[in-house]
Write a protein of this length. Structure first.
Length: 696
């Protein structure tokens, strides 16, 4: 993360180049990006990042002059674009005191964006212009209420990143999770530094505990050495006592021999014998005491050995405890984070439940008041209902009399109206008939006039003459259809062409010639398509044979070059061999099977060499030129590549351009270019086969 911060990772190209140029001293007056100058609490990071958006990457400048210089710098070097905020120009925005007083007491109101973040006082105008009129709320529902109270004049952002824009439009949904945002990177770096410091302190404490254990172990070792020394002294004393006992026994035997030889002197030596017996008993007791001390010494040695082993076990246990503490630290961090999330979720649920409880209590009190009011009104309405029933009975009786009178009058009126309607209907029918008759007469007059005009214009006949010459046919419609058909035929004939016969012969000859040419072309086209199909079949067949052979060789060569693993060539569309693509999948030793694009640079280069050698196995060539193909390989792979190249050189001559020592060692002849003098190149060649013979 520190490398990302030092390299300005995550910033746009123009912003990144301006910040780097400022660090190098190329540009002056650059204070930094907005994301670097503001410190945001973790709780509102998402809300502030959503509210500021791309303005997090705006660059704060000293004044307009240095801003113009930075823009010129980007233009001259074509390094992209950036937005600059001069300190002497930008003015802050703010929400009026009246609006603030209206929304500050609302439940779920978090605060004004500019008031919730931390920054240096000289950047107050910049932060005020970006966040001075941005309101932050807890939930989208609260944001809607705040926006409505402010008459949708300000933007309201929730802690989850949803936005109620000025004017009432809403923006929200799921957020794309980023590992580290520009806004939270600095805070996370500080947190990680603190975590590292805490962990190092804990490691120091554990090291101290280990040192204490080592001191105890050394003390135990010293005590063990003392016990061993004591045991050695005891064994020496035991040996000395044993020697003394043997000497005493020897003396006792000598005395007994003297007693046996000089029995007559027995009485004189009785007391001396008793003393010797007493000395022997004392020596035996002393020997037993020494044996007991030796056993005690052995027990002390065993106890010291057991203590030493216990200390070693304690040391190992402390090491395992240290490892467990590290694991527990990570687990506790995760549990702390999940517990914090769960706590915040439960707090929101509790607040929601408390709010619902208050609403339900208010609703219950209102319903109880309405119930009492309803009961009072119900009693009053029952009394009014009884009075209304009496009035209704009287009104019903009077209404029956009036209905009877109205019924008689209605019958008389209906009779009169029916007679009037019948007369009006007859009058309308007569008027409609007269109107239709007049329309028919007018239409017939117009048609007659048109027919007479057409007869005069088209046929040059009068009515009387046409009547005499052409009587009216029996089937008029059929005759009209025949006339229309004849007119269309005449129109289709067009004007009379006197040269039509000669034109027909010429056109007919050209038609026959073109028809023959067309037939020849169609036949040639059919033949050509057949040849193309045969060629495609043959190409597909040969491609499949060659592909299978290269595929087999590729797997073998890949295993030799990598020292294991496996690889394969896969047809992306086996049904269309002439149009399919080919995918390379490889599994170097110790890795999973994956696409070529997912391998490292050296692995891709070695895989490409394996494919090249596989093709050369299937289709050998006299010689092959390789230009620094092993540049991306490590030393071990270079050696395998050079050895395989050496084996393969028996059937193909290789010309290799290289700088790698392993490849040069396997070559037969080396050619080098040197420049002993400026501008003068010299060719140097070495035949390694001859040199090897000379060395041999």
């Amino acid at each position: 993360m520190k490398e990302m911060q030092d390299d300005f990772d995550g910033f746009m190209l123009g912003v990144k180049e301006v910040l780097k140029a400022s660090r190098k001293g190329t540009l002056t007056g650059v204070h930094g990006a907005v994301a670097e100058l503001v410190k945001v609490p973790e709780k509102i990071e998402l809300a502030v990042e959503t509210a500021m958006g791309a303005s997090l990457q705006h660059v704060v400048m000293e004044n307009e002059s240095v801003s113009r210089q930075a823009i010129a710098f980007l233009k001259q070097r074509q390094l992209g674009r950036a937005t600059f905020l001069p300190l002497d120009v930008i003015r802050p925005r703010a929400i009026g005191a009246a609006e603030r007083s209206m929304i500050e007491g609302m439940e779920g109101f978090v605060g004004i964006g500019a008031d919730l973040v931390q920054f240096e006082s000289k950047y107050a105008s910049i932060i005020g212009s970006l966040l001075g009129n941005v309101i932050i709320a807890e939930t989208l529902e609260v944001a809607n209420k705040i926006a409505a109270r402010c008459q949708y004049r300000f933007r309201v952002v929730t802690l989850e990143g949803d936005v109620v824009n000025a004017g009432g439009s809403m923006t929200g949904g799921s957020q794309h999770k980023k590992n580290v945002s520009l806004l939270s990177r600095k805070r996370q770096l500080d947190q990680l530094d603190q975590d590292i410091l805490d962990t190092e302190n804990q490691i120091v404490k554990l090291h101290r505990s280990v040192d204490d254990v080592k001191v105890q172990l050394e003390q135990c070792q010293d005590k063990l050495d003392e016990l061993r020394q004591s045991g050695d002294d005891t064994r020496n004393a035991e040996q000395q006592a044993s020697m003394e006992m043997k000497q005493v026994e020897h003396e006792l035997r000598h005395v007994l021999e003297q007693v046996a030889v000089a029995g007559q002197e027995k009485s004189g030596f009785t007391e001396e014998i008793k003393e010797l017996d007493t000395a022997r008993i004392v020596a035996v007791k002393k020997l037993e005491q020494l044996e007991e001390e030796e056993k005690a010494t052995h027990r002390a040695i065993h106890a010291a050995e057991f203590a030493r082993k216990a200390n070693e076990s304690a040391k190992e246990e402390l090491q395992s405890q240290l490892t467990e503490l590290k694991v527990r630290e990570g687990k506790l961090d995760q549990e702390r984070f999940s517990n914090g999330e769960q706590l915040r979720r439960l707090e929101r649920e509790v607040e929601s439940l408390v709010k619902d409880l208050r609403q339900n209590r208010t609703l219950l009190a209102s319903m109880e008041a309405d119930l009492k009011k309803t009961q009072t009104e119900s009693v009053k309405q029952i009394e009014d209902l009884n009075q209304y029933k009496l009035k209704k009975a009287e009104a019903s009786q009077e209404l029956d009399f009036k209905r009877a009178a109205r019924s008689e009058l209605s019958k008389k009126l209906e009779l009169a109206e029916s007679e009037t309607k019948e007369q009006r209907t007859q009058l309308k029918a007569v008027e409609e008939q007269m109107r239709q008759t007049e329309i028919s007469v007018n239409r017939l007059d117009v048609e007659l006039e048109n027919i007479l005009r057409k007869l005069t214009d088209e046929y040059e006949l009068g009515y009387e003459l046409a009547k005499e010459r052409y009587p009216v046919p029996e089937d008029v419609e059929h005759t009209q259809a025949e006339v229309q058909k004849l007119k269309r035929s005449i129109s289709a004939l067009g004007d009379v062409n006197l040269g039509a016969i000669e034109e027909f012969q010429r056109v007919n000859e050209r038609y026959e010639f073109l028809s023959e040419q067309k037939n020849d072309l169609v036949e040639a086209k059919t033949t050509l398509y057949q040849v193309i199909r045969e060629m495609e079949d043959e190409m597909a067949k040969r491609f499949k044979i060659t592909f299978d052979a290269i595929r087999r060789e590729f797997g073998t060569v890949f295993t030799k070059l990598f020292g294991g693993g496996r690889a394969d060539l896969v047809l992306m569309d086996p049904e269309r061999l002439l149009e399919t693509g080919i995918d390379i999948v490889a599994q170097p030793p110790g890795k999973k099977l994956q696409n070529l694009q997912l391998l490292s640079g050296g692995e891709r280069a070695l895989t490409a060499m394996a494919l090249l050698f596989a093709i050369l196995h299937v289709k050998p060539v006299p010689f092959c030129v390789l230009d620094e193909v092993e540049a991306a390989l490590d030393e071990a792979n270079v050696v395998r590549f050079a050895q395989y190249l050496r084996e393969f050189s028996e059937q193909t001559q290789f010309i290799v351009v290289t700088h790698r020592k392993g490849t040069m060692e396997e070559a037969d002849v080396l050619y080098g270019v040197t420049m002993e003098e400026g501008g003068v190149s010299k060719l140097v060649s070495v035949k390694l086969e001859d040199e090897e013979a000379v060395i041999a």
